[in-house]
Design a protein around this ligand. Structure first.
Ligand SMILES: [Zn+2]
Length: 205
């Protein structure tokens, strides 16, 4: 079982100071969802959204204009969406879906306006009505809808290692990846299972 096919790459997004040698980048609009969720690196304790100012920098670098200073409420709203989506990504990696996360997403989605827009080729896409935080959340939710329609959503997962929880795109053949990287988190999980078995058998395993 491999969490990501091919070599593990070092991510170094323009919009992110986090460089993490874990997992593969998602294709298309899902990459935005991945960057949104990976705005915090739990394992190394780096959160690009630690303050409203940090969130402002992130939102503007990703291309949404912020007309006014973002505040603690904006931050709390973005973090709530980020962590609710992470729960869905954990479910994509085999965890039980978190009902509270679904309720939180539905509450947020009820307050974010999306509209349908047609491009020059006549292709329709959902997009946010406003900029700033609502624009960011709207684009992320629209990307989730599109990915579910395209059938690629279930490939975006959150690493099942508790200290990690990094969002990764599962390129494995059968789509059964559970860890951002087999070399790191996969082996940690294996080592833990081995220790547990050893203890259960009184050290004879
Ligand atoms: Zn991991």
């Amino acid at each position: 079982m491999s969490a990501a096919a091919g070599a593990i790459e070092v991510r170094r997004d323009a919009a992110s100071a986090i460089a993490t040698p874990r997992g593969a980048t998602a294709p298309g609009g899902l990459a935005l969802v991945q960057r949104f969720v990976n705005s915090v690196d739990m394992e190394h304790g780096v959160d690009l959204w630690q303050t409203p100012a940090g969130l402002t920098v992130w939102i503007e670098r990703e291309g949404w204009a912020t007309l006014s200073r973002l505040d603690r409420d904006d931050l709390a709203r973005c973090v709530a969406v980020r962590e609710a989506i992470r729960e869905l990504l954990l479910a994509n990696a085999g965890a039980t879906i978190d009902r509270a996360a679904l309720a939180a997403l539905n509450r947020t989605a009820a307050n974010v306006a999306l509209r349908v827009a047609f491009d020059g080729a006549g292709t329709a896409a959902l997009g946010p009505v406003s900029g700033g935080v609502d624009g960011a959340i709207g684009d992320v939710l629209a990307a989730v809808v599109a990915a579910q329609g395209e059938g690629v959503w279930t490939r975006l997962k959150a690493c099942r290692e508790e200290q990690c929880l990094w969002a990764f795109f599962d390129h494995s053949k059968n789509g059964s990846g559970m860890w951002c990287s087999m070399a790191m988190c996969g082996n940690r999980a294996k080592a833990r299972r081995y220790r547990t078995r050893r203890r259960a058998s009184g050290g004879r395993a």
